[in-house]
Design a binder for this molecule. Structure first.
Ligand code: 6R9
Length: 656
């Protein structure tokens, strides 16, 4: 509905008065403060929001741009900021985490208890020989232990790299090998949607693939007690090591620039990149955005449904809310188990006041609740909610309106937060007490974020004209480098064509002619967004052609999908004759399973089309533009005159 996308939703009057950023004028004042003196602005906030061991002496060092350094001279510890500081503030007995397991079992942990757990884990890591700067790979599901393990790494200055529990042994191996980790932390199994899924067995497979020789030990949390292989001398159980440990642990005071974590994400070419984040700048933005974007108050119950395997789970579970002493829900399961009312029941049970989820979850719940009306949110008391959030992909106006009306009861602002793994925290987002909302728009930049839109040569474009989203000034939580590949960091994010110091987001965007509000139009590179998960088309292509017995050539593109946003569509040329009918379906299934094994189930192509060839230019380049139209079922309107073999398009349009 086009009307809904232009309707304005002003902030609720009460919020416009009492929010951390109260009203649009307050937002504008912050933007002006940052514009007038960018460094003074961030310096003031870094002193206000974080607790430093030694104060910084310089806010920003640009001498080696784009390798920016923030808060030089300052030392701190992220875990100290998230735990000790809150206990010292008198929040020791406040609930930090409410964990709800897949089967509904609830465990609560106060700030004091969480601090003790993190200290025991940190002592255990030290006892295993982990030192400051060592990399630790965490392959765990949603759990208090998962959050505590990340915090424990931070406490001793070890660099964690969480790998999402849905990635395969091969994908896990690649990440372990790239980090050079000496320790892997995992669980025996994970439980999701009533099913037990392996974790430890996958770690064993990953290590057996080779290339991870730096790994000396594997630390295992016992989640289910299921039978799992155990390698004596290498594998250690948390249940045996932790109780022996003291529950105090002196934090390792690190420089503001000390790497806090690496998180792998997909780019347009090559292997996934290890995005490196800092301690001081990252933590500042994590805490500040949690405070301003979600208007977090002491009495709030915050629930971010993301997994700790993604950046959203890092910033808005492990770091931001804890740095502010919030109470939050951590959920092990899936939104549709035991049925599609799970979220509504949990919001009511835990009296959640701030709820942050992804458009793909909303769209799948709309479908499920329409099919089973008893599970519709209207049957549940969701009056505890005050603010809703969305992240991961554009939220279409229809899903926005449903979320606003049925989940938010028409009274809760929706913060549509645009950001990326590389940005560390929110970049363009409404503030709930300040910004009038327009469904489908992430509205305006967070104060201090110099976002704008440029053309290919770096010229700023007027409102109304679509182009590339860039950020003109550095900000504290920006990516510091790609682990082990500073050249790729410069090339990917600070291209010479744009002057070498402007951050290129990789998304297209346009600003509304009247309001200047941003709308994200999608990636401008070969990165797909499937259910809010970033997938490189090249990664999936490499996985397909790695099936050397069957596959000669493959090209992967995205096509629009009502539920998942984008769906993966693979065009495959086999080493044998082009299959049809049942044979085509059988081979397509085999290839889907193969991709799941190579990368993980999230990378399985939804469509696989077989051809005798792929559409290529006379110079042999695959014409992905055309494949995108074929995948979307659109008529080909582009110029095909440079195509070597135009007839191939008809063949590829056939669905198996
Ligand atoms: C946080 C996260 C980043 C990519 C980003 C963009 C898309 C995220 C969005 C959005 C429109 C939003 N994206 N939030 N697009 N509106 N509110 O998702 O990080 O996994 O690195 O993905 O997701 O395309 O470039 P990440």
């Amino acid at each position: 509905m086009s009307e809904t996308s232009t309707q304005l939703y002003p902030p609720p009057a009460e919020m416009a008065r009492t929010a951390h950023v109260p009203g649009f004028a307050a937002y504008q004042a912050l933007v002006q403060e940052a514009d007038a003196d960018h460094q003074a602005f961030w310096g003031r906030l870094a002193r206000d929001v974080l607790t430093w061991r030694t104060p910084f002496t310089q806010v920003l060092d640009e001498s080696n741009a784009p390798f920016y350094r923030w808060f030089e001279g300052g030392t701190l510890n992220a875990s100290h900021n998230c735990l000790d500081v809150n206990v010292e503030r008198g929040l020791g007995d406040k609930t930090a985490l409410i964990f709800e397991a897949d089967d509904g079992t609830i465990t609560r942990e106060s700030y004091r208890q969480l601090l003790a757990r993190v200290c025991r884990t940190a002592n255990a890591l030290r006892a295993m020989g982990v030192q400051k700067g060592d990399r630790v790979v965490i392959y765990m599901a949603m759990s208090i232990e998962g959050v505590a393990t990340m915090q424990a790494c931070a406490r001793i200055g070890a660099i964690h790299s969480v790998v999402f529990g849905g990635f395969s042994a091969q994908a896990l191996r690649d990440r372990i090998a790239d980090t050079g980790a000496s320790l892997v932390i995992t669980a025996d199994e994970q439980v999701r949607g009533g099913k037990r899924l392996p974790l430890k067995a996958i770690v064993d497979d990953a290590l057996a693939l080779g290339g991870c020789e730096a790994v000396r030990q594997v630390l295992m949390y016992t989640r289910t007690g299921g039978q799992v292989p155990f390698v004596p001398g290498r594998d250690v159980k948390m249940s045996e090591l932790l109780p022996e440990q003291a529950d105090t642990c002196e934090p390792e005071w690190v420089d503001a620039e000390h790497p806090l974590f690496l998180l792998y994400t997909s780019g347009s070419t090559g292997a996934p990149k290890g995005v490196q984040h800092s301690t001081g700048g990252y933590l500042l933005h994590a805490a500040l955005t949690t405070r301003w974007t979600f208007d977090l108050r002491p009495e709030d119950v915050f629930w971010c449904t993301a997994d700790i395997g993604w950046v959203t789970g890092h910033t808005y579970i492990t770091y931001g809310p804890l740095a502010l002493g919030a109470t939050q829900v951590v959920f092990e399961g899936v939104p549709t188990y035991p049925d599609a009312s799970r979220f509504w029941q949990m919001i009511h049970k835990h009296q959640v006041s701030i709820f942050y989820t992804a458009p793909t979850a909303i769209r799948s719940l709309i479908k499920a609740c329409e099919a089973a009306p008893a599970q519709h949110p209207r049957h549940f008391d969701l009056s505890s909610l005050r603010i809703l959030g969305s992240v991961g992909e554009p939220i279409n106006p229809a899903a926005w309106t449903w979320y606003h009306e049925h989940v938010g009861g028409g009274r809760c602002p929706i913060v549509d937060t645009f950001w990326q793994t590389e940005t560390g925290g929110h970049m363009i987002t409404p503030l709930p007490g300040a910004t009038p909302l327009v469904p489908g728009s992430c509205t305006l930049p967070f104060p201090g974020i110099a976002a704008t839109i440029v053309d290919e040569t770096g010229n700023e474009l007027p409102w109304g004209q679509g182009g590339m989203l860039v950020v003109k000034r550095p900000w504290p939580s920006m990516i510091r480098t790609i682990w082990g590949n500073p050249e790729r960091f410069k090339k990917s994010y600070f291209p010479e064509e744009l002057g070498g110091t402007i951050y290129l987001a990789g998304d297209g965007a346009v600003r509304d002619e009247q309001t200047g509000y941003f709308t994200i139009t999608g990636r401008i590179d070969d990165v797909l967004n499937v259910s809010g998960h970033r997938m490189g088309t090249m990664e999936i292509e490499s996985a397909l052609v790695a099936h050397t017995e069957l596959v000669a050539e493959a090209a992967v593109v995205g096509r629009p999908d009502d539920t998942t946003g984008e769906a993966i569509c693979a065009f495959v040329v086999l080493k044998r004759a082009r299959p049809t009918g049942e044979e085509a379906q059988r081979i397509a299934k085999e290839l889907r399973d193969w991709v799941a094994k190579e990368i993980g189930p999230i990378a399985k192509p939804k469509d696989i089309r077989f051809g005798d060839n792929l559409p290529k230019t006379r110079s042999g380049k695959i014409m992905r533009r055309l494949l995108r139209s074929v995948a979307a079922g659109q008529a080909i309107t582009q110029d095909t005159s440079t195509l070597e073999n135009p007839q191939i398009l008809t063949q590829l349009a056939e669905v198996n």
